[in-house]
Every structure is written in C-alpha cells, then in structure tokens.
Design a protein around this ligand. Structure first.
Ligand code: NDP
Length: 320
C-alpha cells in the first residue's frame, strides 16, 4: 500500500510517498481501508519538530474508512462497517489500524468525506464549548481564527447554545466565512483587544478560545472580564512562552487552561457522547461541515503548506 512518511523533521517537502505492507490488526484492533483522512495542524507541529515524534514518521490520526479485518476481541465494529476516528495513528496511508474502542460507526446519511471533517476538529469544538468552559446563553465568547476548521464548527455550536460570538480572522474573505458560520461580530487581529472591549461596553468577554497562541495570547487575556477564562488550545503562530501565574491575580483573578483532545476523550462513553451529538447536529441541519479542499494522499506536503500558509477555510482532507 501507499503511505506518506517523514524520514526526518523539516518543511512540508520531507513528506514523501513510500510503499509498505498492509498492517495486520491485533486482537483489539480494526484494519481499515482509508476513504479520507483529515489534515490537522498538530501534524505540522509533528512534522516540523515542534512536537517530538519517532522517525520515520507517518502522520495522521483522523480518518473515515471501511473495516476490512477485525481482531478476535473486537466488539463494536464489523467487517464492512464505515467507521470514523480521531484516535488512530499513521492514517496518511491507504490502510490504517485503530483500536476498536476508539472508532465509531458512521451513521447512514453522513457522507464519508463529511464524516472525516468531524472526529478531530468537531470533537475539539465540542469539548471546548461543552466541557472546558461550558458556554451558556448569557455568555459572550471571543473565538480566534473563526474561519478555520475548528473555528467554523465551534462558532456554530456556540450559536446553538445561545451565546454571542466575536471572531477574529485575517482577511475580508474569511470575515465573510466567519459571518456565515454565525459570528455576531468579526474583527481583525490588529487592535482586537480594544475592539472587543468596545463591543462588550467595557465589560470584557466571559471566555476567549485562543489557538493562534504566541501572536494573540497576551492581548487575549486583556479581553476577559474579571474571573474570565482563557482557553489556550493551539499555537498556529508559535507557542506561548513561559508565563508568570502571578499576573492572573492582577488581571482580575483570571483562569487559564491548556487543554488537549486526549484528556476530553477519556473513554468510550465520552467518545460516543461527543461524536453522536455532532452527527445528530449534522443530520438535523444544525451544524454545517465546511470541506475546503481535498488533496491526493501523495500530495500531503502540499496540504501541509496550504495549512501553514493560512489558506484554510474549513477542512482539508487527503484521499488515497
Ligand atoms: P485552522 O483551519 O483553524 O487553521 C489555522 C488558522 O490559524 C489559520 O487559518 C489562520 O486563520 C490562523 N492563524 C493565525 N496566525 C497564524 C499563523 N501565523 N500561521 C498559520 N495560521 C495562523 O486549523 P485547525 O482548525 O486544524 O486548528 C486550529 C487550531 O486548533 C490549531 O492551532 C491547532 O493546533 C488547534 N487544535 C488544538 C486541539 C487541541 O485539542 N488542543 C485539537 C485540534 C486543533 P486566520 O488567517 O484567520 O488568522
């Protein structure tokens, strides 16, 4: 089968095509023929060396595919089922393995490419607004990168919860996209903190979700009301440097958290809850998936470049 491998860390060009045997499942695993795999920002951090990985490295954790073989102790899926997961590894390949416990069946009515947009970015949006800071109808939320993959889904979920959303974006085109997702106000990164203060009549927002990181985090803190919550969940512009916690005291007894998806998918029950709510929302028309672009699997490097060049307006997929 064809896989994509990074023999070393570096730019998008280190991702090269390679032939490998189809992997055999263990007793608890499914072997899956890949239909579409999600490209996510974390894979750019892994490829470039921001996050440590073992080389040669095949990226990818999110995919939708058809089960072609199942281990003897598998209980949730059967050969022929279409499954979705964000917890596999090495999904930049024609076939991949996933623990039976960590994949859910794709419901009838959800197209596989649509389904592949949800396990990672959708679950992230879900845990951020339902669990990290449970958004309520009276809240005002600041969400950075509102036209991106996680941003677009999160804005819709926040609106469905009845809250007000202010989004940041970098271009006119992205402003239009964030508005289509339901953002009440869309501002640019320059002076966003002042604009947020103005839009909230000086009060500040209840929660800020920041995945841009280095370029925005300091100003994000200044947009919060006293006892507000800063959720730092990524570093698209670079990682936030070490931070003196004492400053939170002077800024109004603020909270800061740095969540990651693994801690919000602790068991099968949590996985099913999040995925089924997302699938139900899509089937009911309350959540629209924005598929931006699909690249052939063998052009994974181009897909990474696209993400790093800030071109995404929704989900980027790879198709074998
Ligand atoms: P996006 O589609 O949102 O792309 C990232 C966006 O960040 C860009 O489109 C861009 O939007 C914005 N951005 C701002 N500054 C930069 C920069 N210097 N370089 C590149 N992009 C920049 O990606 P995803 O939806 O896949 O991921 C969004 C964020 O969420 C990432 O930071 C990712 O690491 C994080 N994440 C965290 C998870 C967690 O559990 N902690 C799980 C999944 C994702 P604009 O041009 O409008 O600024």
């Amino acid at each position: 089968m064809t896989t994509v491998v990074a023999p070393m860390s570096g730019g998008p060009e280190v991702l090269v095509e390679q032939q490998a045997p189809v992997p055999e499942p263990s007793a608890t695993q499914l072997s899956v023929r890949n239909i579409a795999t999600g490209v996510n920002f974390i894979e750019t951090y892994q490829r470039s060396g921001v996050y440590d990985v073992k080389h040669p490295f095949t990226p990818g954790s999110e995919a939708v595919g058809v089960v072609v073989a199942a281990g003897s102790r598998v209980t949730h899926a059967r050969v022929g089922d279409r499954i979705a997961t964000s917890q596999a590894s090495a999904t930049y390949a024609e076939y991949f393995l996933v623990e039976d416990d960590e994949a859910v069946r794709l419901p009838e009515g959800i197209d596989p490419k649509e389904g592949a947009c949800l396990p990672l970015q959708g679950v992230t949006a879900h845990y951020l607004v339902r669990s990290t800071y449970p958004v309520g109808a009276s809240d005002t939320v600041l969400f950075h990168a509102g036209a991106g993959g996680v941003g677009g889904l999160a804005i819709q979920l926040i609106k469905n919860l009845g809250a007000k959303v202010i989004a940041t974006v970098s271009t006119d085109e992205k402003e239009e996209i964030a508005r289509r997702h339901g953002a009440d106000h869309v501002v640019r990164y320059e002076n966003f903190a002042d604009e947020v203060r103005e839009l909230t009549d000086g009060r500040g927002v209840d929660v800020v979700y920041d995945s841009v990181g280095k370029a925005t985090f300091e100003d994000s803190l200044t947009t919060l009301r006293p006892r507000g919550v800063a959720v730092l969940f990524g570093g698209a512009s670079g990682q936030v440097p070490p931070f003196d916690l004492q400053r939170l005291n002077a800024m109004g007894s603020l909270y800061v958290t740095r969540p990651s998806i693994g801690a919000y998918l602790r068991d099968r029950r949590e996985l099913e809850w999040r995925m089924n709510e997302l699938f139900d929302d899509v089937l009911a028309g309350r959540l629209k998936v924005s598929l931006d672009t699909t690249f052939p699997l063998t052009e994974a490097g181009r897909a990474h470049q696209y993400l790093e060049d800030r071109k995404t307006r929704g989900k980027v997929l790879l198709q074998p």
